[in-house]
Design a protein around this ligand. Structure first.
Ligand code: ZN
Length: 265
């Protein structure tokens, strides 16, 4: 197959980054919190009774700023409010990065069973699945795609232009997260928004592959993940027969900084 290089120079041996376990979050504490939202220049006040919130926590709210990432700038437990006057904090980013990670290209790789779960990565960028909306929200699966990992070019339905876009996605760090456990894969790829990918790995191929994006065909998100895994495995940097987690290095350090966990190198 054609070898493709991208990302940082990983030719030299780099020691693992070991992340200690941190305490689980505390019991919920009722509070009134000020929140600053990304790309929004005003702070707003919200009611919280679901979490033990602290300054700097990354959250999602309901109301008109639903779906936007917000950061807690202050917390008070001294208040008397009328509930109907306030929107609420509905979700908080989880930052339990545990275990041992090693850099591979522009990703951090872990084979540890305690490594970050897809559900945990999701909380950083996506609000919780909305409650049942009007109309039928059922997700229906058709046949999934199959992408051979020894040569993703050969995937049925791989359009050259889409393949080139997928390569670009690999080079520009759009793949935020990939995990495989017992052959079942999950991935998050950032495009116009974050897309969720599901697949299985069998016989050195990505199979039953689905992406949440609206593209009707084999999309650049699925191809990008396939190309990345193919390159890493082809270079002997990734053992596809084991369970693993890959996190984009920039996202990884953003999470660690945010949660003030200690990194031992
Ligand atoms: Zn897609």
């Amino acid at each position: 197959m054609r070898m493709m290089g991208f990302g940082r120079d990983d030719t030299k041996e780099t020691p693992d980054v070991l992340i200690p376990r941190v305490d689980e979050p505390g019991e919920p504490v009722k509070s009134l919190v000020r929140i600053r939202f990304e790309n929004f220049d005003r702070e707003l006040t919200y009611f919280n009774d679901l979490f033990d919130l602290n300054e700097g926590d990354r959250v999602f709210v309901n109301g008109k700023l639903a779906g936007k990432v917000g950061y807690i700038t202050s917390v008070t437990t001294k208040f008397r409010i009328r509930l109907s006057d306030y929107e609420r904090v509905i979700a908080m980013a989880q930052t339990p990065i545990h275990g041992s990670y090693a850099p591979v290209m522009d990703k951090m790789l872990s084979y540890d069973s305690v490594a970050l779960l897809p559900e945990e990565f999701r909380t950083w960028f996506l609000p919780p699945e909305e409650e049942i909306k009007d109309g039928d929200d059922t997700i229906i699966y058709g046949d999934g795609y199959i992408i051979p990992l020894d040569d993703p070019h050969q995937a049925e339905g791989a359009v050259p232009q889409v393949f080139d876009r997928a390569l670009e996605y690999c080079r520009t760090g759009k793949i935020g997260y990939v995990s495989v456990r017992d052959g079942v894969g999950r991935a998050y790829v950032a495009g116009t928004e974050w897309y969720e990918l599901e697949f299985t790995i069998r016989n050195n191929a990505i199979q039953e592959a689905y992406c949440s994006c609206p593209y009707a065909g084999l999309c650049k998100h699925l191809l990008a993940v396939a190309i990345m895994l193919s390159v890493m495995a082809g270079n002997g940097k990734l053992d596809l027969t084991r369970d693993f987690v890959l996190i984009d290095t920039n996202r990884f350090y953003e999470m660690i900084r945010h949660s003030e966990q200690t990194v031992t190198v």
